[in-house]
Design a protein around this ligand. Structure first.
Ligand code: IMP
Ligand code: MG
Length: 252
């Protein structure tokens, strides 16, 4: 960087000081990036079993506690899963799926709309040939409780002979995932597995579990990272517990 005095001459002192400070800034940034890379490297792929969110501390892992941005402060009770934890778990899920589908003919079938963010992150972690299709399955929700299931978009790809992995945002009662599995099974895939970002075991009424699970969470209505309430909150980069005052107007 070249610095000039008021009279137009090059100011060598300021210039060398500025270069020096840039150098320090770069050095600090470099150190931080190096520390972060080493931190990532030290985290090995944990296991196939999803980490349980501890309702007491509310987070996984307890290293990161993000602050709720002002725009959502009133609507959210807490950040259940911070962005960094989501990204780390998606890394792990990607590695597991990549390992399991190394010699397969993988087609991801993502359920709309809740998987948009999860899918975008997950699919970029897969260094494999992957086909992608979407299925629109929506359950009419009375406040936070699921109801009748409707189809909003049909499959487009021929799934026969394909190794299909259904991707959904959250496994709650299980009715949505069961419906998706039944529909895909009727298309004669070579194999069929399921992957969900979250599962809430407390409300399971259909006998189904996912083959890959991001996080097991307590019985709270959650939003963010694709999940909505009344079509809002999908854009939060973290998963937050919605404050009951948002869906229950009688409470505060
Ligand atoms: P299920 O059919 O009861 O398993 O519900 C699955 C669908 O309900 C998910 O794909 C979500 O769209 C929605 N859902 C269930 N629980 C939550 C939640 O806590 N937050 C947001 N959406 C949810
Ligand atoms: Mg959904």
């Amino acid at each position: 960087m070249v610095i000039y005095d008021k009279d137009g001459k090059r100011n060598k002192w300021v210039q060398s000081w500025t270069d020096h400070s840039q150098h320090i800034k770069f050095g600090v940034r470099f150190q931080r990036q190096r520390a972060f890379r080493m931190y990532l490297m030290s985290e090995s792929i944990s296991s196939d079993t999803p980490p349980h969110i501890d309702p007491a501390s509310g987070i996984y892992p307890p290293k990161h506690q993000d602050i709720i941005p002002a725009a959502w402060e009133r609507d959210l009770e807490s950040i259940l899963i911070p962005e960094t934890s989501i990204q780390r778990r998606v890394d792990e899920l990607g590695a597991l799926i990549e390992r399991d589908y190394a010699d397969k003919n993988l087609t991801l079938v993502a359920l709309l709309n809740g998987t948009a963010l999860f899918l975008a992150d997950l699919i970029r972690r897969l260094s494999l040939p992957v086909r992608l299709d979407f299925m629109g399955i929506s359950s009419y929700r009375d406040q936070t409780v699921g109801g009748e299931i409707i189809m909003t978009k049909q499959l487009q790809l021929d799934l026969s002979g394909s190794d299909v992995l259904i991707v959904d945002d959250i496994l709650d009662s299980g009715a949505t995932l069961k419906k998706a599995v039944t529909l895909v099974e009727s298309k004669s895939p070579a194999s069929l597995k399921t992957c969900v970002l979250l599962e809430k075991p407390a409300r399971r009424s259909v006998n189904i579990s996912a083959d890959y699970t991001g996080f097991t969470i307590p019985d709270e209505f959650v939003v963010g990272y694709g999940l909505d309430y009344a079509d809002l909150y999908r854009n939060l980069p973290f998963i937050g517990a919605l404050h009951p005052r948002v869906y229950n107007h009688t409470s505060n």
